[in-house]
Design a protein around this ligand. Structure first.
Ligand SMILES: Nc1ncnc2c1ncn2[C@@H]1O[C@H](COP(=O)(O)OP(=O)(O)OP(=O)(O)O)[C@@H](O)[C@H]1O
Length: 310
């Protein structure tokens, strides 16, 4: 029987979190929540403060300001209770290659006092049943990741923290990861916090995202709401510089997002395409391509972070 999921239950609540290291603000005034059954993406360019935030969420670093509550428990005041609801896989999990997947989990379960019967459930949850009796040294990176996640699920956490989970995985590995992460959220009601810089992965997987830069929150919200706001149109123009200047002079062209290979992508209303095309042609600009599309998470990310560091 599937557990009843209360989607209003807040699993992780971060309020006004701050971290100073050597007098420098690494994380500032960061607030967000992750609810039961929700997949929450945490994005930011290199050096934005993602790892520092995760280190605070799992108790490896203490906040200079603010609070973290996990399943209602204050991580600072009630550490053991709060952390007992967290499963995390940060970097590569510790696994023994000359033991089978099952033996690895049995060893870990015994060391941490978890009953054996939980193991099969966790193996099922990460879709590793077929290979669980094989030696870990024969596993692909994706299978090792899944075994690591099974290990993190053994104590039935309400919050799962995954730091760059698709790093190094091939497309099939990424697809498998996406499938069971969705199931963990939808069927088990686990709140899932994923940091990543692979933006299309986040776009396909997460319900909501937070984008941070310089330790501060820039945007937070459901992906559809954040990305559906603008329509983008890519133009291929010749001569390019003159065409670009003309486009920029139009009052309804909101933003120029990318240039290269005689192409420019601008934010503009779709019903102005014909008018714009006519205007360019009238000024002897050859328009060889016009491609309208919806704004992606990647566009939004580059737009608001300035596109640095990815
Ligand atoms: N122990 C430390 N001492 C000094 N500076 C630090 C320390 N830890 C992190 N920083 C600095 O804090 C900033 C944020 O680092 P952090 O590793 O949290 O970023 P990140 O978003 O995880 O980046 P990446 O995607 O590159 O891992 C960086 O400028 C980093 O140099």
């Amino acid at each position: 029987m599937q557990p009843k999921i209360n989607k209003d239950e807040t699993i992780l609540s971060v309020k006004k979190l701050g971290k100073k290291i050597g007098g420098r603000d690494i994380v500032r005034n960061l607030s967000f929540e992750v609810r039961a059954g929700e997949i929450f993406g945490f994005l930011g360019p290199n050096g934005a403060g993602k790892t520092t935030t995760i280190r605070m969420l799992v108790g490896l670093a203490s906040p200079s300001e603010g609070s973290i509550h996990i399943a209602g428990y204050d991580l600072q005041k009630d550490f053991m209770k709060a952390i007992s609801h967290v499963g995390c896989i940060v970097e590569n999990p510790e696994l023994y290659p000359y033991l089978t997947g099952l033996e690895n989990l049995e060893l870990f379960a015994r060391m941490t006092g978890i009953p054996d019967e939980r193991i099969f459930k966790a193996v099922e949850q990460v879709e590793l049943t077929d290979r669980i009796n094989d030696l870990v040294r024969t596993y692909s990176l994706g299978m090792k990741q899944r075994l690591g996640i099974a290990q993190a699920l053994l104590h039935q956490p309400k919050l799962l923290i995954l730091d760059e989970p698709t790093n190094g995985l091939d497309p099939a590995g990424i697809r498998d990861m996406r499938s069971f992460v969705r199931q963990l959220a939808r069927e088990e009601g686990i709140g899932i916090f994923i940091s990543s810089h692979i933006l299309h992965e986040i776009q396909n997987l997460c319900d909501r995202v937070a984008i941070i830069q310089n330790g501060q929150l820039l945007q937070i919200g459901p992906i559809d709401q954040l990305t559906g706001v603008h329509s983008l149109v890519e133009w291929k123009l010749e001569p390019f510089e003159e065409g670009l200047l003309l486009l920029q002079s139009l009052p309804y062209i909101a933003k120029v997002l990318q240039t290269g290979n005689s192409k420019v992508t601008v934010q503009m209303p779709l019903d102005k395409i014909a008018e714009t095309n006519h205007y360019l042609l009238k000024h002897d600009i050859r328009v060889s391509e016009i491609s309208p599309r919806r704004q992606t998470l990647e566009d939004l990310f580059f737009d608001i972070t300035g596109g640095f560091g990815l």
